[in-house]
Every structure is written in C-alpha cells, then in structure tokens.
Design a protein around this ligand. Structure first.
Ligand SMILES: [Zn+2]
Length: 86
C-alpha cells in the first residue's frame, strides 16, 4: 500500500462511517481529490504514518533501541527458543 492508496482508503472509510456518528462531512471534500489542498495534505499525512504502521519509522530514525524481552531477557529484539512471547 502506498501513500495515495492509504489516503483513499482513509477517505472512503471516513465518509462511509461519518453518518453513523451523526457527522456531516463537507460537500466539497466528499469526493477524494488528490490534487486539492485537502487531498495533498491527506497523502502527505499518510506518507508519515505508513512507515510507523509498518513498524519501520523511516530512514532518518533507524537507530531505535531494540526492546529487551522481560521473559527471556534477550536484548536484540528477538527471543530465545523457549520464550512464550516468541
Ligand atoms: Zn522473549
């Protein structure tokens, strides 16, 4: 999935769910337009959150410390063979 696909998915889901929350979306943004200011913003936002969802917080932040497992105490983000969290 790329930025645009996520933006469209987000938009369509948002529009679909809005009425059941009693929310009336704006008439001029009901159709997703990737070239509008709103559309470009959506695509840019999706470009920022996609790597986070994918568990890969982009290229400028690759040195995140790996979590240490509280059960098997491996500190490189992996688990020992017998670890139940594996
Ligand atoms: Zn573990």
């Amino acid at each position: 999935m790329d930025n645009l696909q996520l933006a469209v998915l987000f938009h369509e889901t948002y529009e679909r769910l809005a009425p059941s929350f009693g929310y009336e979306t704006r008439e001029d943004t009901k159709e997703f337009d990737k070239d509008s200011k709103n559309g470009k913003l959506m695509v840019a936002v999706c470009g920022e959150i996609l790597p986070i969802i994918a568990g890969n917080p982009s290229t400028h932040d690759t040195e995140l410390p790996k979590p240490t497992c509280t059960l098997c105490h491996k500190s490189d983000g992996t688990h020992r063979l017998m670890c139940p969290l594996r």
